[in-house]
Write a protein that binds this ligand. Structure first.
Ligand SMILES: [Fe+2]
Length: 407
């Protein structure tokens, strides 16, 4: 006996008489070699209607049968640092004793986060990839550029260096370093202790669009081991150019590299992010997000990448945000503090260095349960959804009423 139709199937169409359906299926068997499929099912959207309140736990639904065969849905998830970080030490140990360094045959020494809802794909959400990398003292990632936009959030005290379009950035914990698409960049660890950072990229989106390429043939002058670009600007160059809010230098191009619509600022220091948030701690903040600062392209006020938006979020002790949901995905790294993110009826406790993904369409709220501040770094693919005309956000008031934040 056939499975009863899903809610989406029942909504979408009347059920065909079984004889007609069987006849269509028989035709399909015949036509299979021609690489066509005769429709025997209705398309069932994977998300529920946005403007119908399905409750806090509502999620989407993957279609059944042939229509749903390749459909997957990201799950809310939290990666505990205490569970995943030991693998960094084991990677580093293998690298130290290797005949051929893993960085040579695998490009990087890292693990990638795998969303449990996405069938083993190397992505945390539909558009976002995250890897956690370790660099032993002396390790170098050679100079290259590529179409995915990328960032690294420094988790170790020693953050090594990244040189981007000639700007050498020496980093430490809490720093955010941007390598926009089309910028030449190389990394390394010239310190005495291992460097650990989280890379966030829009790689899955570029792969889906079949627009992912990498260029390793740097044309400029190199230094030292011949794999790193020679620095043209000292650390803090982009901050010196753009660090005075509301004032733009008139003597430089705001385009760096061959990408379009990307930020010319490459290095945000954790200490400055923290100080800027701290200066705003007595403000009311946003009821859905707390006290936030967005990292923006200073020349346009837009997101730093055409696809990804970054912000830092301070939640004071005891602070709980209201329920919010968006059509875009939200990906958090916990820089400090401890608390809980509730997502679609599930509770995910977190503390320093834990990582949480909130897939699109799901209700979320954060609670700072610790004695001190909580600091979250957020990466969202909101700019992409805005550009394709699909960004919406809803909130719930304190008495549970759904309000349109962005309709
Ligand atoms: Fe890269």
């Amino acid at each position: 006996m056939a499975a009863p139709p899903t809610e989406a199937e029942s909504r979408a169409r009347p059920v065909l008489p079984s004889a007609a359906r069987a006849a269509m299926e028989a035709l399909n068997a015949e036509a299979d070699g021609l690489h066509i499929w005769l429709r025997t099912q209705a398309n069932a959207p994977a998300q529920r209607p946005w403007f119908h309140d399905g409750g806090l736990a509502a999620g989407g639904q993957v279609a059944q049968g042939r229509v749903g065969a390749n459909q997957m849905k990201a799950a809310p998830h939290r990666w505990r640092w205490s569970e995943i970080s030991p693998y960094l030490g084991r990677i580093a140990e293998i690298a130290r004793n290797a005949d051929v360094s893993p960085i040579e045959f695998a490009d990087r020494q890292q693990f990638l986060l795998v969303n449990p809802g996405l069938g083993g794909r190397l992505q945390v959400a539909s558009t976002i990839r995250c890897a956690v990398s370790i660099y032993n003292p002396g390790d170098v990632a050679p100079v290259h550029r590529h179409t995915p936009n990328a960032s690294r959030t420094i988790l170790s005290d020693n953050g090594g260096y990244t040189t981007i379009e000639g700007e050498r950035c020496a980093a430490s914990r809490g720093d955010l370093i941007l390598t926009p698409n089309g910028t030449w960049h190389d990394h390394g660890n010239d310190g005495a202790t291992p460097v650990v950072w989280a890379d966030i990229l829009d790689f899955p989106l570029l792969e889906f669009l079949d627009c992912s390429w990498i260029d390793e043939d740097f044309p400029g002058e190199r230094q030292g081991n011949a794999r790193a670009q020679k620095p043209l600007h000292g650390d803090g160059y982009s901050a010196r150019l753009y660090g005075a809010g509301g004032m733009l230098p008139g003597f430089v191009s705001h385009a760096r590299g061959i990408g379009h619509d990307t930020s010319p600022v490459f290095h945000y220091r954790g200490s400055q992010i923290r100080a800027a948030l701290d200066a705003l701690r007595d403000e009311a903040g946003d009821p859905y997000e707390g006290v936030t600062l967005r990292f923006v392209n200073p020349a346009t006020g837009e997101a730093v990448f055409p696809t990804l938006d970054y912000s830092a979020q301070l939640m004071r002790s005891g602070e709980a945000t209201r329920w919010k949901r968006e059509t875009a995905n939200a990906f958090y790294i916990v820089l400090d503090g401890e608390g809980t993110t509730e997502i679609a009826g599930r509770h995910f406790d977190w503390k320093t260095n834990d990582i949480v993904v909130v897939p699109n369409f799901l209700w979320r709220r954060h609670v700072n349960r610790g004695p001190g501040d909580a600091l979250l770094y957020l990466c969202s693919d909101r700019p992409l959804f805005e550009k394709i005309g699909q960004y919406r956000a809803q909130g719930r008031t304190s008495d549970g009423e759904v309000v349109q934040l962005v309709a």
